[in-house]
Design a binder for this molecule. Sequence first.
Ligand code: RIB
Length: 311
Amino acid sequence: METGKLVVLGSINADHILNIEQFPRPGETVIGKQYNVAFGGKGANQAVAAGRSGANIAFIACVGADDIGERIRQQLATDRIDTRPIEAIAESTTGVALIFVNAEGENVIGIDAGANAAVTPEYLSRYQQTIINADALLMQLESPLETVIAAAQLAKQHGTQVILNPAPACALPDDLLAMIDIITPNETEAQRLTGIAINDDQDAARAANVLHDKGIGCVLITLGSRGVWLSENGNGRLVPGFKVRAVDTIAAGDTFNGALVTGLLEGKAMNDAVRFAHAAAAIAVTRPGAQPSVPWREEIDAFLQQQESNC
Ligand code: RIB
């Protein structure tokens, strides 16, 4: 299929995942039910979601000079990702995420950036041609903010569309927001960026308008199992998600973002790209872990066909 070029700039983590009944309270120790190490990181998860769903994608990132970093890099190459802009940083360890998953499939996460901190503006300058040559740049906020800003500036100067998934939640300078074409916060991140708590569609519409006023044409506020509030230049509507039995929501948002950009770069209309991304995320939440849960294109197409035949 004819598709535009995507570059993802972001993080790579080794996820240490412990399944427990309930999250511990301060001072409490809980006994886990299951422990796994899986490949993750918001940047890598989104890159994998894009690669597996059919994008033509390169990934700018860093791993540590350790065994797990090398294994992650090899795995990413099998996910149809151009991994040449991923370097191993001497004397650094690969980023780590410590994740608790409770019986409801919810998670809490703590991160050590490790080699992700080496994705500096100087590092970026080695791969600027990759951004210049791309049609779209997808980023998150697990990389140094100054690098995210520098990459957005470069993309803007060369007509590369800028998509930001503003996770984890963080206040952002107006200069950066003004360079973004599409932003995809969840409810918490939207509140952090706009000061508006998202309790219903009206709140989502108001928050989207605040982001439009900062210069962002397209705002997608993800609302968990309800779907997304999609607002294009102030015209907002809810695009519902698919109902599935969730076992683990790790990387659901990442899968949504990667698949969304794949759909857009194939020329899908925004509504169809959102449906495609909803399908990918719906499959991901039925499986444990971050990258192990991300579906391939054939699975997404089959899921959508099944949904249509159920209508
Ligand atoms: O979004 C999920 C991801 O957040 C995990 O894979 C973890 O590494 C953290 O980056």
